[in-house]
Every structure is written in structure tokens, then in C-alpha cells.
Design a protein around this ligand. Structure first.
Ligand code: URA
Length: 216
């Protein structure tokens, strides 16, 4: 079977609006954080369609018995924000997935060499089979961080076919790397930009997402 990486750019006015706000250099830090929260919410909403495990059951309304479709509580759901910038998407994702476990993964990029190293790893030793995983990484640029994250997650049993990556701006280098190694991944992003500059920033992008979200 020929499997291909799927990159979805949902055509939703709220996603377009908050992307425009986030991209604007004149947007102050507090509004930038709001924009990222909203993007986290609406992109997670789109990404969980046809993906959240449900079960068919019967409930009692005040008047009668009725069939109902509920989220299956037996299937574990994990949200993995890639720190720092992924934290900015977390509030929005958590409002939709309040029962999901959150596992923080801290990755930092050397500004000179663009090498990525891991400074915090709160992933479990092993993900339970069938765990549905959402990865929050707003900027898919060179692919350095997301490839390390994918390696850490898959070596603990995470199944790429059950994952959704939520990004805000994606660029071709990261998408190419992901497509080569994880062809059955699904990515949800607000936009795909043209490319990256010599410092590894996406152009036109939105600048440094972590700095802008946290004002540092
Ligand atoms: N990380 C960011 O925060 N911005 C970019 O443009 C690329 C990586």
C-alpha cells in the first residue's frame, strides 16, 4: 500500500483570522498568546474529527431511553507540547481534551549551529497500545525538533498512524523529513509557508513563536 503524509490546512475563518493576528509584527505579546490559544483550539477541533475514539451506548434522557455516542474513556489520549512554543497551543487543546494526559518535551535549538538538544523529557517509559497522541509544535521549520520528538515518542511505542501534529506554520524542509520517515502521519497546520532563511526561521512565518508568546 502506498501511504503518504497528509497535511491538512483547514479552511476556517477563525483559523485564518488568528493566524493573521499572530503573524502581524505589531501584535502585542498578550494578544499573540490569545491567538496561539485560539489556533490550538480550532486546529485541535479539526484534527480530532474522525479520530477521537467513540463508543455507542444507551443513556436515559429525562423522558426515555436513547442511543448515544460518547468518547471512549478506555482509549488513552496523550497531548505532547514541544516546549517552549508548544505550550502556547496547550490551553486551546486542553479545553477540547480535558481528560488527556499531558507529557512535556523540552527541546532547544542552538541559534548558531541550529542543532537541537533535549532538556526535559516527561514522556512515559512506554505508551499504552492504541494511545492517541496529539503533538503541539507551532513551527515546523527545519524539522530538527519534530524529528527528535518523533524519535523519542515512537521509541516508547507511539504509533505514527494514531498521531496528529498540530502546527501553526509549516515549511517544506520539515514536511519533507517527516514524509520520508513517517509516511502515515497526519499534520494539521494553519498555513504552509514558502521556506526558511539561513537562520532557520520560516519566511514569512511569524518570528520566534516562543519569544513572542512569552515576551522574552
Ligand atoms: N521556530 C520559531 O519560533 N520560528 C521559526 O520561524 C522557526 C522556528
Amino acid at each position: 500500500m502506498n501511504v503518504q503524509l497528509r497535511v491538512y490546512v483547514p479552511d476556517h475563518p477563525l483559523i485564518k483570522h488568528w493566524l493573521g493576528v499572530a503573524r502581524d509584527v505589531n501584535t502585542p505579546c498578550v494578544l499573540f498568546k490569545t491567538a496561539m490559544t485560539e489556533l490550538g483550539r480550532w486546529l485541535t477541533y479539526e484534527a480530532t474529527r474522525y479520530w477521537l475514539p467513540t463508543l455507542e451506548t444507551t443513556i436515559e434522557t429525562p423522558l426515555a431511553e436513547s442511543p448515544a455516542t460518547l468518547i471512549n474513556p478506555q482509549v488513552p489520549i496523550a497531548v505532547i507540547p514541544i516546549l517552549r512554543a508548544g505550550l502556547a497551543l496547550l490551553d486551546g487543546a486542553q479545553t477540547l481534551l480535558p481528560l488527556a494526559s499531558t507529557y512535556h518535551l523540552g527541546l532547544v535549538r542552538d541559534e548558531e549551529t541550529l542543532e537541537v538538544s533535549c532538556y526535559l523529557n516527561k514522556l512515559p517509559p512506554k505508551f499504552e497500545p492504541q494511545t492517541h497522541i496529539i503533538i503541539l509544535e507551532p513551527m515546523l521549520a527545519t524539522g530538527g525538533s519534530i524529528m527528535i520528538a518523533m524519535e523519542e515518542i515512537t521509541k516508547r511505542g507511539g504509533d505514527p498512524a494514531l498521531m496528529r501534529i498540530i502546527s501553526v506554520v509549516a515549511a517544506p524542509p520539515a514536511l519533507q523529513k517527516l514524509s520520508q520517515d513517517y509516511p502515515n502521519l497526519n499534520i494539521y497546520t494553519a498555513i504552509i509557508d514558502e521556506g526558511i532563511n539561513s537562520k532557520g526561521y520560516i519566511v514569512p512565518g511569524l518570528g520566534d513563536a516562543g519569544d513572542r508568546a512569552f515576551g522574552t
